[in-house]
Write a protein that binds this ligand. Structure first.
Ligand code: ATP
Ligand code: MG
Length: 365
């Protein structure tokens, strides 16, 4: 059993760089966990501490119930796949994949069997005799994965393994990794700054910012109940719209600016707790939860840009000096500078604190 447990694990690099604040994380055996966050938030540092490649400043890390703080990386029963494939250029694919096992002096037959099996799983059997330079980026990435698979580790650690690939190959490899997780049943910890990758791969996602964990939750919970404004804005593409103001009764409920003018009216189905009235806050609404045209009008907005993607259209508006993006299914026709009515979906309005922390004010109760 290979649970991975972090207890108050922190990292301070020389020069007093606080890369990771004391962090608790419990990863179940066989779970696929994704660490996601913007550049520099401490994802790689966390992963490298689990791998044993980076000393931890405080706390305990255990793998399969055993504290591994002082265990060498090679004795942790983990395999790590990096962004740079780091294949040996002078060795064939077969030799690259077998290298770790040969170093550990595994019997020849066993090595051949494990390499053959990994090559079959990854669909690279016909590439075994080639050198890395004769492979495409996606094929090299498969070899790097294969090198991890043959080790048959309890825990896989991935650090942005797909970021060198083009968009199409990334999607393909993403499904391959998901399939791999399904068939191997191993514990996997995956680092990415790409929220789509996180949402599609992770059974649980850890959102980090500036070395601090912001929220740990399954993908849909992150999407529907973000803990704070940062998570709300980071998860989902295009990003959630934010409108600062306060709630007041003005011909029904409205979001009003500091000078009392109405920013937008809110749908009658939206009933926030009374205690949130008349205080500064930030309203959040995702582009897919705003509709153009019919229904109760929230606000008349000026269309700035229209992006037609075929299956959907992204319309960019300006509301009280703030940008508001609307995602419409299919295609729409409207002229730039046209004024259109926008309506917010009552079920999907979020309210966040107006301070830096910006906690989700609707999450409690
Ligand atoms: N060896 C080091 N010495 C000092 N500071 C470091 C070292 N390695 C990383 N850092 C700092 O620690 C912080 C976290 O770095 P880390 O590499 O974990 O970020 P990351 O989330 O993986 O970012 P990215 O998405 O860019 O890979 C950053 O501020 C970084 O500059
Ligand atoms: Mg990194």
């Amino acid at each position: 059993m290979a649970q991975v447990k972090l207890e108050k694990v922190s990292k301070v690099y020389p020069g007093d760089v606080r890369a990771v604040a004391p962090m608790d994380l419990d990863i179940a055996h066989g779970e696929f966990t994704v660490l996601v966050g913007p550049s520099g938030c401490g994802k790689s540092t966390t992963l490298r501490m689990i791998a044993g490649l980076e000393e931890i400043t405080e706390g305990h890390i255990s793998i399969g119930g055993r504290v591994v703080n002082d265990v060498e990386p090679r004795d942790r029963d983990i395999a790590m796949v990096f962004q740079s494939y780091a294949l040996y250029p002078h060795m064939t694919v077969e030799a690259n994949m077998a290298f770790g096992l040969r170093m550990r002096k595994h019997p020849k037959e066993e090595i051949a069997e494990r390499v053959g099996e990994a090559a079959r799983v990854l669909g690279i059997e016909e590439l075994l005799e080639r050198k890395p330079r004769a492979l495409s980026g996606g094929q090299r990435q498969r070899v790097a994965l294969g090198r991890a698979i043959v080790r048959n580790p309890e825990v896989f650690l991935f650090d942005e393994p797909l970021s060198n690939l083009d968009a199409k190959m990334r999607v393909q490899m993403r499904t391959e990794i998901a399939r791999l997780h399904h068939s191997l049943g191993a514990t996997m910890v995956y680092v990415t700054h790409d929220q789509t990758e996180a949402m599609t791969l992770g059974q649980r996602i850890v959102v980090m910012k500036d070395g601090f964990v912001q929220q740990v939750a399954p993908p849909l919970e992150l999407y529907e109940r973000p803990a704070n404004r940062f998570v709300g804005g980071f998860i989902g593409s295009p990003s959630m719209n934010f409108l600062p103001g306060s709630l007041a009764q003005k011909d029904g409920l409205a979001l009003v600016a500091a000078d009392g003018s109405t920013i937008c009216s809110l749908p009658s189905g939206f009933t926030p707790p009374e205690k949130l009235m008349n205080q500064r806050l930030v309203l959040g609404i995702r582009p897919e939860h705003v509709t153009i045209g019919d229904g109760q009008t929230a606000v008349a907005a000026n269309l700035q840009v229209l992006e037609s993607l075929g299956n959907e259209t992204l319309a960019y508006f300006q509301v009280a000096g703030q940008p508001v993006t609307v995602r419409c299914p299919g295609q729409i026709t409207a002229a730039i500078d046209e004024t259109l009515n926008l309506t917010f979906d009552a079920e999907h309005i979020h309210l966040f604190g107006a301070d830096d922390e910006g906690v989700n004010l609707l999450n409690e109760g």
